[in-house]
Write a protein that binds this ligand. Structure first.
Ligand code: ZN
Length: 133
């Protein structure tokens, strides 16, 4: 894995949280994007080399809606940047980590992504992401 690419934070109200994180970080989100397949509205903030992704549920069935019901707002996942997502998925599944999809999916911010089940990673949802060139 190359680095922590971003930290995902589940929020109830993206507009309000965009204002809060703009005030906190001193800069506005560089993009907002809906990922319909995941049922989320997202926004991304750049802070130096790292990013913060805010995620709001776009429907009640969204995993973000369920997360907030169970745990409230807060850190939702940590995303690691990888060079070759398929190779990393193979390596990690061979080591017993539980992947949430068999193939990489198209995620937010122009990335191929795959999530690891928190059950196999000490309760932390891990996202692998590879830049789509
Ligand atoms: Zn993410």
């Amino acid at each position: 894995m190359l680095k922590i690419e971003h930290i995902g934070i589940a929020v109830s109200n993206l507009e309000a949280s965009n204002r809060l994180f703009t005030a906190l970080l001193g800069n506005s989100p560089y993009k907002t994007e809906e990922v319909a397949s995941e049922g989320v509205h997202t926004s991304f903030f750049q802070t130096g080399d790292s990013k913060i992704e805010l995620l709001e549920a776009s429907n009640p069935e969204s995993s973000i809606a369920k997360f907030i019901l169970k745990k409230g707002e807060g850190i939702h996942h940590i995303a690691f940047s990888v060079e070759d997502i398929k190779a990393e998925m193979k390596r990690l599944s061979e080591q017993g980590f539980i992947l949430l999809s068999d193939e990489p999916k198209i995620g937010a911010d122009n990335k191929l992504v795959c999530f690891l089940h928190p059950k196999s990673t000490n309760g932390v949802l891990i996202e692998l992401c590879q830049e789509i060139i």
